[in-house]
Write a protein that binds this ligand. Structure first.
Ligand SMILES: [Zn+2]
Length: 250
């Protein structure tokens, strides 16, 4: 599997770093994990979002705008753009995807989303999407949100999405090759059930016995080095900070 970081900025886009968006590729099929604000542009450096060849699908961890907003311009691209795809694109996420995306777009009828997307909700257990097996666990966040494990060819990448610390994340990520975990906060003066600190991410990676901790969703107002130090105090394996354009193959 090849992981490409399209955008990983915490909570809002910054110059050169859109909201959350990751692409995982296996056997020519691409899974787009989140499509946060600003990500549709640089996503086009990785794949053709207008393509109707059935070679990709979109998964949304939750419907905060920094994780889902660019589904709205993707609707425009595929419905009105020159390629005008008749093929509906799989769009899989929480149960509120249609309501939330149609509200961002300003649709009068959420059913119009069905013109472009095959909207589905996450299911318990394992889901097959292209060559991937998808498993999810409910995250701890103010809206319906999920952590997502993507497996193929005996390897796996587990994406925390946005979540406060919780035991289900480590269970979902058990033995994963890459723990793509958010670390939005530092220290201990954090709101409950919202985000993780570097230390929280490190503890979860240790509990999961992850191969690599890839810290993401770092916010601009914190010092990245502090987040990395906090994580390394809790996880003895390799740690990297996600950066836009970064690729890792496992
Ligand atoms: Zn969120």
């Amino acid at each position: 599997m090849k992981l490409t970081v399209v955008g990983c900025s915490g909570s809002y886009p910054t110059p050169g770093n859109p909201g959350s968006c990751y692409v995982i590729e296996q056997d020519g099929f691409r899974l787009v994990l989140d499509l946060g604000n600003g990500s549709l542009g640089p996503l086009q450096d990785v794949l053709d979002p207008e393509s109707g060849d059935g070679s990709f699908a979109v998964l949304l961890s939750h419907c905060h705008v920094d994780h889902c907003a660019d589904v709205a311009p993707l609707y425009v691209m595929r419905h009105y753009g020159p390629a005008r795809q008749a093929v509906r694109l799989p769009l899989i996420g929480p149960s509120d995807v249609a309501a939330r995306i149609s509200a961002i777009y300003g649709m009068t009828d959420p059913a119009d989303l069905d013109l472009v997307f095959d909207v589905r909700s996450f299911e318990p257990g394992a889901m097959a999407v292209g060559p991937f097996t998808i498993q999810v666990a409910r995250a701890v966040h103010p809206v319906e949100a999920y952590s997502i494990r993507v497996s193929a060819g005996g390897r796996s990448i587990t994406y925390s999405g946005d979540t406060g610390p919780n035991a289900a994340l480590a269970t979902l990520a058990a033995g994963t090759d890459i723990a793509l975990f958010e670390a939005s906060f530092v220290g201990d003066a954090n709101p409950v059930d919202l985000h993780m600190t570097g230390a929280d991410a490190g503890r979860a990676a240790t509990a999961a016995d992850a191969g690599l901790l890839l810290l993401t969703h770092l916010v601009t107002w914190n010092d990245d080095d502090v987040v990395l130090r906090e994580a390394s105090a809790e996880f003895s394996g390799p740690i990297e900070r996600a950066r836009p354009g970064m690729t890792i193959t496992v």
